[in-house]
Design a protein. Structure first.
Length: 439
């Protein structure tokens, strides 16, 4: 491994690396150049540099600078400062946002210094600006701590990131991985996410703690975990990520009720519903179809809902009421762990609520369900359940045919047609019927 010391980062000149300005978005280049022309240091950092070096297209571009957020704002009209704990500048170009962060310090000294506070080893405040080196060393993985310098197009490597990139290895910066995970337990989730996204191995010293430190995730604000879950499971590699999270016992920290269900077979069958749901979401993302957190969380929490629902039915509750109770229970138990915003939690519960209703398809009901704003999602959900062998595939087929059918065929399917015929027949033979006799 490459030895790096505090004073001498590895500097790779322009001629010896693969990054060219053609790989960087025009807007990111504008930001970099304007900072440089304003007399500041400016670097492309993080996932942008990593992904270009791997020959991938970066998701977004992050910039690091020695300019303070206020100085950045003075340079850009289209700039907003965000964040209270650590101020960041967002430079807006239509839909693209370039995030500009001032070098952050405090990545090295673990003891508090008045500004940087630790609670149970977790950083709760780090609002100190720092040097470029400090900024590099407080980052998570070595491959995320490479700097592309717009002043001379070199790449700067303080932490052996280039070696790790070549080796396909995820390694936390610093000597003690446990400490780094304790500072910010979300790094455990990031390890899993990058392992899947990049196809990298997690260095063994960084992998071992994943099995034992998962409980630290309970200290993370539930709203942050919601965002992380989306990055983990709704960016196209959900199935891989889910399996790895389970492997390290991290899934159990995020979704304990579901994990508990998955650990027990259902009537001697392993439960594959979540796997199928995530594979389905991955496929939709690949096909550039829309996905929604409401559906994702409906999938993730379905097992406990379904089992509770079944128990309540066995207890003689009516289906709709049983579903209401089961889903309310699952949702409220999850909120303190992973906070699902209302705008997703409500449609999630509607998807569940529609499941028993989809089983009743006589008369006028199916027409009403079809116009329900959540019908499409609920139907997709039903397809998944059928695929997992949890409901009769005939039911799912029925709904598929019903949507495709014309008015007459629909009436046949719901029994409306035969009712109508019977009524007409009765009307055309008034003398024979006893209706007339009664009037
Ligand atoms: P991607 O955007 O492709 O998911 P990324 O590496 O750019 O990956 P971001 O979440 O955009 O990830 O973060 C940008 C950079 O900020 C990271 O590359 C890393 O250097 C640093 N960083 C982000 N989160 C943490 C963290 N929890 N601890 C330490 N450094 C972090
Ligand atoms: Mg990024």
């Amino acid at each position: 491994m490459h030895e790096t010391t505090r004073d001498s980062p590895l500097v790779i000149p322009r001629s010896e690396h693969q990054i060219s300005r053609a790989n960087i978005s025009e807007n990111a280049l504008k930001v970099l150049y304007r900072l440089k022309d304003g007399g500041y240091q400016a670097y492309l950092v993080g996932g942008g540099v990593r992904d270009i070096l791997l020959g991938r297209e970066p998701k977004d571009f992050d910039v690091a600078t020695d300019a303070t957020p206020e100085e950045v704002r003075r340079l850009f009209r289209n700039c907003r400062l965000i964040g209270r704990r650590f101020r960041l500048a967002h430079v807006h170009f239509g839909r693209e946002i370039i995030e500009v962060a001032t070098f952050r310090g405090g990545g090295r000294d673990e003891d508090t210094d008045g500004e940087r506070h630790l609670r149970n080893g977790m950083i709760v405040r780090d609002n100190l600006y720092g040097t470029r080196e400090e900024d590099a060393l407080r980052r998570d993985f070595s491959v995320n701590a490479l700097y592309y310098n717009i002043a001379d197009f070199s790449v700067i490597d303080y932490a052996g990131g280039l070696d790790d990139l070549r080796a396909g290895r995820l390694r936390l910066i610093g000597k003690d991985p446990q400490t780094r995970y304790r500072e910010d337990p979300v790094r455990m989730l990031r390890a899993v996410r990058f392992a899947c996204k990049l196809g990298f191995n997690i260095d063994s010293s960084c992998e071992q703690p994943l099995f034992t430190l998962g409980h630290l995730l309970r200290d993370i604000p539930p709203a942050r975990l919601f965002e992380e879950v989306l990055k983990l499971l709704q960016t196209g590699l959900g199935l891989c990520t889910f399996e790895k999270l389970r492997h390290y016992g991290l899934f159990a920290q995020l979704f304990p009720a579901t994990d508990e269900c998955l650990n027990h077979e259902d009537q001697d069958f392993p439960v594959t519903f979540v796997n199928r749901g995530l594979a389905n979401t991955d496929r939709r993302i690949q096909e550039e179809k829309p996905v929604t957190p409401a559906f994702l969380f409906a999938v993730l929490l379905w097992e406990p809902v379904r089992r509770r629902f079944a128990a309540l039915l066995a207890d003689d509750r009516a289906a709709n009421e049983a579903m209401l109770l089961a889903s309310g229970n699952a949702a409220s138990r999850e909120q303190p762990l992973v906070a699902i915003p209302k705008r997703f939690a409500l449609p999630m519960r509607e998807i569940w609520a529609m499941q028993p209703r989809l089983e009743q398809h006589e008369g006028k009901r199916p027409y009403r369900l079809l116009t329900h704003p959540r019908f499409r999602a609920a139907y997709d959900f039903l397809l998944l359940r059928a695929e997992a062998g949890e409901v009769d595939s005939e039911l799912a087929d029925w709904w598929t045919r019903f949507q495709e059918a014309n008015g007459r065929a629909r009436a046949e399917m719901t029994g409306e047609a035969t009712k109508g015929r019977r009524r007409r027949r009765r009307r055309s033979r008034p003398a024979a019927g006893n209706e007339t006799a009664g009037t």
